[in-house]
Design a protein around this ligand. Structure first.
Ligand code: SF4
Length: 81
């Protein structure tokens, strides 16, 4: 079974996971998306996939695009995530 089959966001509006920014009014949307991710049984699989594949947009594994970018940069520079 693919991890996506168990995704909690399957029953949510996909737009919720793709805010137009990461500040201002988008913060509330991001927190709503994170709330879904936190009860998702495949949160770790999803976040790992997004990091591995360089997913540039949206909330994946409760992480925003900026958070994933910072993690990737931290790994490249050898510092902790
Ligand atoms: S962690 Fe979030 S974005 Fe990923 S599958 Fe689960 S609900 Fe969807």
């Amino acid at each position: 079974m693919n991890w996506r089959d168990a995704a909690a966001c399957r029953s949510e509006d996909p737009e919720l996971f793709f805010p137009i920014g990461e500040d201002g009014l988008s913060r509330q949307q991001i927190e709503q998306a994170r709330a879904v991710c936190r009860r998702c049984p495949v949160l770790t699989d999803c976040g790992s996939w997004a990091l591995r594949n360089g997913e540039r947009d949206g909330v994946w594994g409760a992480m925003t695009a900026d958070e994933r970018r910072r993690r990737r940069l931290g790994r490249l520079s050898g510092s902790s995530p």
